[in-house]
Write a protein that binds this ligand. Structure first.
Ligand SMILES: NC(=O)c1ccc[n+]([C@@H]2O[C@H](COP(=O)([O-])OP(=O)(O)OC[C@H]3O[C@@H](n4cnc5c(N)ncnc54)[C@H](O)[C@@H]3O)[C@@H](O)[C@H]2O)c1
Length: 360
């Protein structure tokens, strides 16, 4: 482990290294900034243990987009037209440094500016961060692993919002457990996104005695993350498998489920439209169909869960917990080790943050 400087922030400061200054990170930073100005709209857990969103302080930021590298965080979050629009200004003089890039995706609009792994690791360790937050584009398992190992070197917790396996990787989870450092992930559940809404709707139909036969979810959106996902068959298939498994596991019998990102629509920018259809039978075998359309904004949908994930990671770090935080992961992430229903997941999460039961 490299030596990190003493973590000298205030008692309640959560020092975060943000990896990937895109829409999700922007949503989290804007929501924290709004909270500091007394606007807590949409924040599910204003106080977690002793931490509020105002305690989140970015101490380092990394990206590989030449339009963002070298800019301050305040400017980098709106460097791209598809980014989440600015609802609340974020005041941060932290300069975005180049991250690592292993050529794991290509995008015609993106000019890559990266650095070598040793310098990036040294910089992350030198930042004195408590939490490394990974919000880079999915489909980069090598980069996700590198940043996780840098977090271990820094003695920091790691939050993986991407669909690449980190918290669910046996090898990496073991490394974190051995180092006594927490790891949260994988693949963030949006606040009110397609997967969580679909899961709740299926749970509801099942709890009201409906036998669900089949259901699908199709979704369209703009944004670079969507374009990258759709340009790579294996990444698209992986995202679809994660969503399908999460949604399908809510009902205690086999259901035909299809759930995935379906189309990229340039002019939608950071917006997303998701259509759900559920078909089943109610009493006496009468047909029952439910159709729902959700319109949402990706960056703001990530904000609340990321504020929770970063604070949960710091709470776990304070408590000396190592490895995957199983009382937190099923509430905040899609790709988890064992599926539990959304209500149990929420109950375990609340108990964890209040320190009542479970992992302490
Ligand atoms: N609601 C949500 O936004 C949501 C929900 C679930 C999961 N996620 C996941 O969160 C991640 C971020 O999503 P987003 O919408 O903010 O994407 P985005 O495209 O807006 O931002 C990603 C940022 O990461 C940077 N990046 C890419 N590769 C990098 C690397 N190797 N090192 C450093 N920076 C790198 C990009 O340049 C970009 O600035 C994705 O993996 C996505 O699947 C987001």
């Amino acid at each position: 482990m490299l030596q990190s400087p003493s973590k000298s922030g205030g008692d309640h400061e959560i020092r975060v290294a943000v990896i990937g200054v895109g829409s999700a990170a922007s949503g989290m930073l804007q929501a924290a900034s709004a909270y500091r100005q007394g606007i807590g709209l949409g924040i599910l857990h204003p106080v977690m243990s002793t931490y509020s969103p105002s305690d989140i302080e970015v101490v380092a930021a990394y990206d590989v987009d030449s339009l963002k590298v070298g800019k301050t965080l305040s400017d980098a979050i709106h460097a791209r037209p598809h980014s989440l629009r600015i609802h609340h200004s974020v005041r941060s003089e932290v300069k975005v440094e180049p991250g690592v890039f292993y050529g794991e995706f290509e995008d015609p609009e993106l000019k890559i500016e990266a650095s070598n792994p040793e310098s990036v690791k040294k910089s992350i360790v030198g930042s004195g961060c408590d939490v490394v937050l990974n919000t880079i584009n999915g489909g980069q398992p090598l980069a996700a692993k590198f940043y996780a190992e840098a977090a271990v070197a820094a003695g920091a917790a790691y939050v993986n919002a991407t669909p690449d396996p980190v918290a669910t990787s046996v090898e990496l989870e073991h490394t974190f457990a051995k180092s006594g450092l927490p790891i949260l992930g994988d693949d963030l559940l949006s606040q009110v996104g397609g997967t969580v809404l679909h899961s709740y709707m299926l749970w509801f139909l099942n709890s009201r005695g409906v036998k669900v036969r089949q259901t699908y979810q199709i979704d369209v959106g703009g944004g670079i993350e969507n374009r990258i996902t759709l340009s790579r068959d294996e990444l698209r298939a992986r995202k679809r498998a994660i969503k399908t498994m999460t949604v399908g596991s809510v009902v205690p019998y086999p259901v035909n489920v299809v759930s995935g990102t379906t189309e990229y629509v340039d002019f939608m920018g950071n917006e997303r439209e998701t259509h759900f259809e559920m078909v089943g039978e109610s009493t006496l075998g009468a047909p029952l169909e439910l159709e729902v359309t959700l319109k949402s904004v990706d960056g703001s949908n990530a904000a609340g869960p990321l504020l929770d994930a970063v604070r949960a990671a710091k709470i776990a770090l304070d408590r000396g917990l190592g490895g995957a935080i199983e009382d937190v992961n099923p509430y905040l992430f899609k790709l988890i080790r064992s599926n539990i229903d959304p209500f149990t997941a929420e109950k375990k999460f609340i108990e964890f943050i209040s320190g009542r039961t479970g992992q302490k």
